[in-house]
Design a protein around this ligand. Structure first.
Ligand SMILES: [Zn+2]
Ligand SMILES: [Zn+2]
Length: 257
């Protein structure tokens, strides 16, 4: 489930079950989790937060207070930024991580890396279980060489394709917001997502999920068409890639990597 209005992702490997971001109400997150994955919230080991914006953390406090087994992982900057939004979380459930330091949880290794976004200490994640790797970037104004290096050749890439520049600039957003979205600490356009993917798709990459599409400034078909066009221009082998768009407000297909 992912859009500018709210983002949450579910990941499981062996016995390890995680939620990444919690940008909906506690009730919507619980329902989506059960419908989309069959996982009960009591089975989740941890919630990882990419940054402190409301569309990523809205339900984090409710989930943590309702499900006491849940460890909530965020950078120090994210903890500070989201305090007001999420309310109190039990200190024993609060975990702080740093960019570049690998976190081991069950059979997963999780590497947080820096992204370019106008939040305090925002990150993307690379998840690995020793066999497969999944890279995720939810919000970033640009795609840096460090991100290319970290994500290259992941088996699955989950990447923001937020807006079409024409729809954004001709749309109804106020001017400062248009500038923010298109800025270097804003959001990746469909074009930018395509160009990023052209650099990070490797021989192992099979699955791509485009996320965080704007309702106002994008269309799923347009995002797909633009990204595929850029990949074709860059001689990526589209036949071996499955590319899909995460729906706005319902759980997407459960993907096995
Ligand atoms: Zn954000
Ligand atoms: Zn966002």
């Amino acid at each position: 489930m992912s859009s500018s209005a709210g983002n949450a992702f579910y990941l499981e490997s062996g016995q390890t079950r995680l939620m990444i971001d919690a940008g909906q109400s506690g009730r919507a997150l619980t329902e989506a989790l059960e419908v989309g994955s069959g996982c009960q919230p009591q089975e989740l080991a941890a919630l990882f937060l990419s940054h402190g914006h409301r569309d990523h953390v809205q339900g984090a406090g409710v989930m943590a207070r309702r499900y006491k087994q849940l460890s909530v992982y965020a950078t120090e900057g994210t903890w500070g930024e989201m305090e007001q939004i999420v309310g109190p979380i039990c200190p024993t459930q609060k975990k702080t991580f740093s960019v570049g330091k690998i976190i081991e949880l069950g059979d997963l290794k999780i590497k947080p890396f820096r992204v370019a976004h106008d939040a305090c200490d925002p990150v993307g994640f690379l998840f690995s279980n020793g066999e497969k790797r999944l890279g995720m970037v939810t919000d970033s104004g640009i795609f840096t060489s460090e991100m290319v290096k970290t994500l290259y050749n992941a088996d699955c890439l989950v990447l923001e394709a937020n807006h079409d520049p024409d729809l954004l600039w001709n749309g109804s957003y106020p001017w400062p917001l248009k500038k923010r979205v298109a800025g270097t600490k804003g959001h990746l356009s469909n074009q930018a997502a395509g160009e990023a993917l052209a650099q990070i798709i490797g021989p192992r990459t099979r699955q791509i999920v485009l996320i965080h599409l704007s309702r106002e400034n994008n269309q799923p078909e347009l995002a797909l068409e633009t990204v595929k066009g850029i990949l074709e221009e860059n001689k990526a082998c589209l036949r071996k890639l499955k590319i899909e768009v995460a729906p706005h407000d319902q759980p997407s297909n459960y993907i096995t990597i």
